[in-house]
Design a protein around this ligand. Structure first.
Ligand SMILES: Nc1ncnc2c1ncn2[C@@H]1O[C@H](COP(=O)(O)OP(=O)(O)OP(=O)(O)O)[C@@H](O)[C@H]1O
Ligand SMILES: [Mg+2]
Length: 272
């Protein structure tokens, strides 16, 4: 597939000179992000990768509006981000479902916030339940579902509110390989059909290369951009796609440098 169909020059997410200092309880300052600038066009799929603790979640939370930057500004679809908004859907690593609501109401939650009438929002929720293969589970409570099923609900919940931008913080990290592969395909299909802007944090170089049109590698903390690599491989991608292994090696080398700074000597890298 030609991914130029899915990208445009319209700015989707603009991160302009964003830095972040946290202050701990003991009054110590932690520099999480050193000015980061990143322009993501509408419809682009960007994977963000970097050593543990380098500031990936911090950056994602700032784009989502859960955290404010110490300096700099984030614009999404041309508007300054000052608080969370349903136009930016966030998928967390740990599902974050409401345990007291059944699955259908979990998915419909955002639609209810928006004032959509019950019948309509149940119809939308059922559609997205089917989409992630959980049509039978609308009446179940989250604690009756496996980890993979909960993460499918979390994805359905974000998709149902039809955000322009999907932010994902290691959404597949806790899943078994089969479920992960299935959900990666689902995400790709939805991205291709609806042309969302996607910013995905992952620790897997292979996941980044299976999915993204662009891979951004961050340095060890304080996080800065180390490598910004366009990925022009056709979809669907496999390890055997010509060019895949070369890109993988290049990204692993960039990461390896940063891991050495984090850990002294780099541990053996596993790429998935
Ligand atoms: N609320 C906070 N208060 C103080 N320090 C924080 C806070 N949140 C994050 N940090 C620090 O900021 C740095 C970046 O954290 P962040 O969670 O963004 O890293 P990350 O790249 O997402 O790591 P991981 O890959 O392990 O999830 C870390 O040193 C972390 O300890
Ligand atoms: Mg994180």
């Amino acid at each position: 597939m030609d991914q130029s169909l899915h990208t445009s020059t319209r700015p989707g997410v603009v991160v302009n000179n964003v830095s972040k200092l946290y202050h701990t309880d003991t009054g110590e300052a932690v520099e999480a992000l050193r000015p980061v600038t990143l322009d993501i066009a509408t419809g682009e799929f960007v994977a963000l990768i970097g050593p543990s603790g380098c500031g990936k979640s911090t950056l994602l939370n700032i784009v989502a509006g859960f955290e404010s930057p110490t300096a700099g500004v984030v614009l999404v679809d041309g508007e300054k981000v000052t608080r969370p908004d349903m136009r930016r859907g966030m998928v967390f690593q740990q599902y974050a479902l409401f345990p007291w609501l059944n699955i259908r109401d979990n998915i419909a939650f955002g639609l209810r916030q928006r004032g959509m009438p019950r019948k309509e929002r149940e119809a939308v929720a059922n559609r997205y339940l089917d989409l992630v293969g959980l049509g039978e589970f609308g009446d179940a409570r989250p604690d009756a579902l496996s980890g993979g099923m909960k993460q499918r609900v979390a994805l359905a919940r974000v998709f149902a509110t039809e955000p322009s931008t999907i932010l994902m913080d290691e959404p597949f990290g806790a899943l078994d390989a089969l479920t992960r592969g299935f959900l990666q395909q689902e995400l790709l299909r939805i991205w291709r059909e609806h042309r969302k802007t996607v910013l995905l944090v992952t620790h897997s170089v292979q996941e980044a290369l299976f999915l993204a049109t662009r891979v951004v590698v961050m340095t060890s903390r304080p996080g800065r951009i180390k490598l910004d690599q366009h990925v022009a491989l056709p979809y669907p991608r496999t390890l055997a796609t010509p060019g895949f292994r070369e890109l993988e090696a290049m990204i692993l080398t960039a990461l390896d440098d940063e891991l050495r700074k984090t850990y002294g000597t780099a541990p053996q890298l596993v790429s998935d």
